[in-house]
Design a protein around this ligand. Structure first.
Ligand code: ADP
Ligand code: ZN
Length: 614
C-alpha cells in the first residue's frame, strides 16, 4: 500500500470515494455521480449529518443508497409512501442489494422474518413507515441491530404548514436522541426557506450540512399554449409528440377527468381516470397499471401525484390552470425523472383565469389567505403571459437566477408582441359602454358587430363600440381580454356572474396616455422542425424494430416478476442497446444502466433479442 505516509483520514476518504464510484458503476450501472451526489455520499459515508434539497428526479435515492453500501450495518429509510416501498425494494433486489421493508401491509410472519434478517446483519437497507419506526418495539429492535445510517425521505412531511404534513414525522427527532452516533440524512424536493428551517429544527438537524441543488430540470421542455379547443389540442400534442408514451393529464374537476379520459380512450389512447371520487379499488388499480405498464396516460385531479415514482413519465399536460407556481412546478416535475427529454404542456385561456379567481373569491377562507392566494395566482399568470424564457421565470420564483434556456416554447419560437394600445382601448371601452355587466363572450360579440339576440335585447348594436373590433377575429379578442385581466386592467366580478369591470389602472390606457404591448395569439406550430427528442436520441430504422422487441421482452420479464417495467431496465438503456446493437456481453456491459448484477441476470437474453432482430 502506497498510502501509508499520507494522513490516515485523507487516505481513507480517498479510498471511500473510490469505493463509492465503484459501487455506482458496478451495482447501479451509472457512469458518474450527478451534481452534488458525490459530495453528499462522501459526507454521509464519513458519518456526517446532511439535509439534501434536490428537485424531483435529481437523484436523491443514491445519496443514501450508496452510503448504505459503504457503511457497516443496515441503513434505515423512513418513507411515508407505503405503496412505493415494495417497488423500491424490488428495484434494489434487481441490483443485488439486500433490501426489505416493514409496514402495515405485511402480516406478522413477514415482519418477523424481516426483523430477524435485520438483527442478523443480512440487510443493506430497510424501509420503514414512520408510524412504525417510533414504536418502542421497533426502537428496541434497532438498538439490538447495527445501524449504518438513517435516511428520512420526503422530510418536508415534518412541516406543519405544508400540505403533506404527517404527524408521525414529528416523532422522528427521537432517532437523534436514541442513536446520537448514527448519521442522518434528510431529503426533500421542497425548496422554500421556511420549510427548510422547520425540517432542521424539528428533526434536530441544526448541525447538519445543507446541500442545495439547482431546481432546474433542464430535460423538461415547458410550453404554455392559448386554449382554443383544449381537447383537440391535447390529442394533437399526444399524437404528434408522445404517441405510445406514458403521461399525466391534469384537470381541475372529477367530472372533467372522467370525460377527458373517456374521450381520449375513444380516440385510441390508453387513458385511465384517477380522482378521489372513484372507489379505492379502481383507483389503486389505475395507479398500479400506470406505474407498472408501458405507455399509459392517466387523466387525474391533483389527488394523483404524491406516491408516483415512475421515472419514465414523458409528459405532463395541464388542461386547467394550477393554483400557483409551486403547484405547477410540483406537478410538471413528475415528468422525466430519468433525465430523458420530457414535456410540460399547458393549455390556458381566459375561462381558466376567471375560474381560479372565482375559487379564491368565493372561498370561505380568511382575507389573509385570499390575499396570498391571489398573489400566487398572479405569479403564475405572469409565467403564462411572459414573452421571455419560461424557465428563467420559474427559477426566479424559487430565487434562482438563470439565462434563457433554449428549451421552452418562448425560447424556441419567441412570441411576437404587438402594440395593442388601440385594441386595449376598444376592449376597455366596450366594458365601460355596456355598463360593466357582461363577460368576454358578449363583449366580443359587440366589438365584432354581431347583432345576435342578446346584443339586440340590450340595444348594444346602437352603441358607439358596436363593430369597432371587426378587424380582429374571436381568438384574437379572447387573447386580448385574457391579457387585460392578467395585466390587472380589468377584473372579473364574481358577484355579477363573471362580468368584467374596469380597474383604476385602466384609466390612463383609456385616455390614451399609456401604451399596451401584448403577446400575439398564435397556436404553437406543429412540431415539424423540431429535433428528435426520443429518449436516447435518434434511432436508425432497424433500431426501431429492435427497440420494440426489447420493450416486449421487458414487459414479459416485468409481468413474470411482478415488478414495474422500468425496474428491469429504463427506456434510455433499451434505446442505447437498440442503437449500439451489442454483439457480446462486453459490449453490453459498457451501456449505461447495466450493472454487474443485471448483466449476469439478463445479459444473455438481451444479446439473444439483438441477434434475433438482426
Ligand atoms: P428523486 O428521488 O430525487 O426524485 P431518484 O433518486 O428517483 O430521484 O432518481 C431519479 C432518476 O435518476 C432515477 O431513474 C435514477 O436511476 C437516475 N439517476 C440518479 N442518479 C444518477 C446518476 N448518477 N447517473 C445516472 N442516472 C441517475
Ligand atoms: Zn426558455
Amino acid at each position: 500500500m502506497s498510502g501509508q505516509w499520507a494522513a490516515p483520514a485523507a487516505d481513507s476518504a480517498a479510498a471511500t470515494d473510490r469505493k463509492a464510484l465503484e459501487i455506482l458503476r458496478t451495482t447501479f450501472g451509472h457512469a458518474a455521480f450527478r451534481g452534488a451526489q458525490e459530495q453528499i455520499v462522501a459526507h454521509v459515508a464519513g458519518g456526517g449529518d446532511a439535509l439534501v434539497l434536490m428537485p424531483t428526479g435529481g437523484g436523491k435515492s443514491l445519496c443514501y443508497q450508496v452510503p448504505a453500501l459503504l457503511r457497516e450495518g443496515t441503513a434505515i429509510v423512513v418513507s411515508p409512501l407505503i405503496a412505493l416501498m415494495q417497488d423500491q425494494v424490488g428495484a434494489l433486489s434487481q441490483l443485488g442489494v439486500r433490501a426489505a421493508f416493514l409496514n402495515s401491509t405485511q402480516d406478522a410472519f413477514q415482519s418477523r422474518d424481516t426483523e430477524r434478517a435485520l438483527e442478523a446483519g443480512e440487510l443493506d437497507l430497510l424501509y420503514v413507515a414512520p408510524e412504525r419506526l417510533a414504536t418502542p418495539r421497533c426502537l428496541e429492535l434497532l438498538a439490538r441491530s447495527k445501524i449504518a445510517l438513517f435516511a428520512i425521505d420526503e422530510a418536508h412531511c415534518v412541516s406543519q404548514w405544508g400540505h403533506d404534513f404527517r404527524p408521525e414525522y414529528l416523532q422522528l427527532s427521537i432517532l437523534h436522541e436514541r442513536f446520537p452516533a448514527v448519521p442522518r440524512i434528510a431529503l426533500t424536493a421542497t425548496a422554500d426557506p421556511q420549510t427548510r428551517d422547520e425540517i432542521r429544527r424539528r428533526l434536530g438537524l441544526g448541525e447538519a450540512r445543507v446541500f442545495v441543488s439547482s431546481f432546474d430540470r433542464p430535460n423538461i421542455r415547458y410550453a404554455i399554449v392559448d386554449k382554443l379547443d383544449a381537447r383537440a389540442q391535447l390529442l394533437r400534442f399526444i399524437r404528434d409528440e408522445h404517441a405510445g408514451d406514458a403521461g399525466i393529464v391534469y384537470c381541475l374537476s372529477r367530472r372533467k377527468v372522467d370525460e377527458t379520459a373517456a374521450w381520449l380512450a375513444a380516440q385510441g389512447i390508453v387513458a385511465l381516470p384517477y380522482h378521489a371520487g372513484m372507489d379505492a379499488q379502481s383507483r389503486a388499480q389505475n395507479q398500479a397499471r400506470f406505474q407498472r405498464e408501458d405507455g399509459i396516460v392517466v387523466v387525474a385531479t391533483i389527488a394523483f401525484g404524491m406516491g408516483i415514482d415512475k421515472p419514465d413519465v414523458r409528459f405532463v399536460a395541464h388542461l386547467d390552470l394550477p393554483k400557483s407556481i409551486e403547484g405547477y412546478y410540483q406537478e410538471t416535475g413528475r415528468a422525466g425523472r430519468d433525465g430523458e427529454p420530457a414535456d410540460a404542456w399547458m393549455a390556458y385561456g381566459l375561462a381558466d383565469l376567471v375560474q381560479q379567481r372565482r375559487l379564491i373569491d368565493m372561498s370561505e377562507a380568511s382575507e389573509e389567505f385570499k390575499r396570498v392566494s391571489t398573489a400566487k395566482l398572479d405569479a403564475l399568470l405572469g409565467l403564462c403571459e411572459t414573452a421571455g424564457c419560461r424557465r428563467v421565470r420559474l427559477l426566479a420564483y424559487f430565487g434562482e437566477q438563470s439565462a434563457p434556456c433554449g428549451n421552452c416554447d418562448t425560447c424556441l419560437v419567441p412570441p411576437q408582441t404587438w402594440d395593442a394600445t388601440e385594441a386595449a382601448r376598444k376592449a376597455l371601452s366596450a366594458i365601460y359602454r355596456t355598463g360593466q355587466r357582461f363577460g368576454a363572450v358578449h363583449l366580443i360579440d359587440v366589438l365584432r358587430g354581431r347583432d345576435n339576440e342578446r346584443v339586440l335585447r340590450w340595444d348594444h348594436h346602437k352603441l358607439s363600440v358596436f363593430g369597432i373590433g371587426a378587424d380582429l377575429d374571436e381568438n384574437a379578442w379572447r387573447s386580448i381580454f385574457r391579457q387585460l385581466v392578467a395585466m390587472g386592467l380589468a377584473r372579473v366580478d364574481h358577484e355579477a356572474h363573471g362580468a368584467l369591470r374596469l380597474t383604476e389602472a385602466a384609466r390612463p390606457v383609456l385616455r390614451g396616455e399609456q401604451p399596451v404591448a401584448m403577446r400575439r395569439a398564435v397556436e404553437r406550430k406543429r412540431a415539424a422542425a423540431k429535433p428528435s427528442r426520443a429518449p436516447g436520441g435518434e434511432l436508425p430504422p432497424a433500431g426501431a424494430d429492435l427497440l420494440a422487441r426489447l420493450k416486449a421482452w421487458r414487459l414479459a420479464q416485468a409481468r413474470e416478476q411482478a415488478v414495474p417495467a422500468y425496474v428491469i431496465f429504463h427506456d434510455a438503456t433499451l434505446a442505447e442497446i437498440a442503437r449500439c446493437q451489442p454483439g457480446d456481453l462486453d459490449a453490453l456491459a459498457s451501456i449505461a444502466g447495466i450493472g454487474a448484477r443485471k448483466l449476469e441476470r439478463y445479459g444473455a437474453a438481451l444479446i439473444a433479442v439483438v441477434r434475433e432482430a438482426g
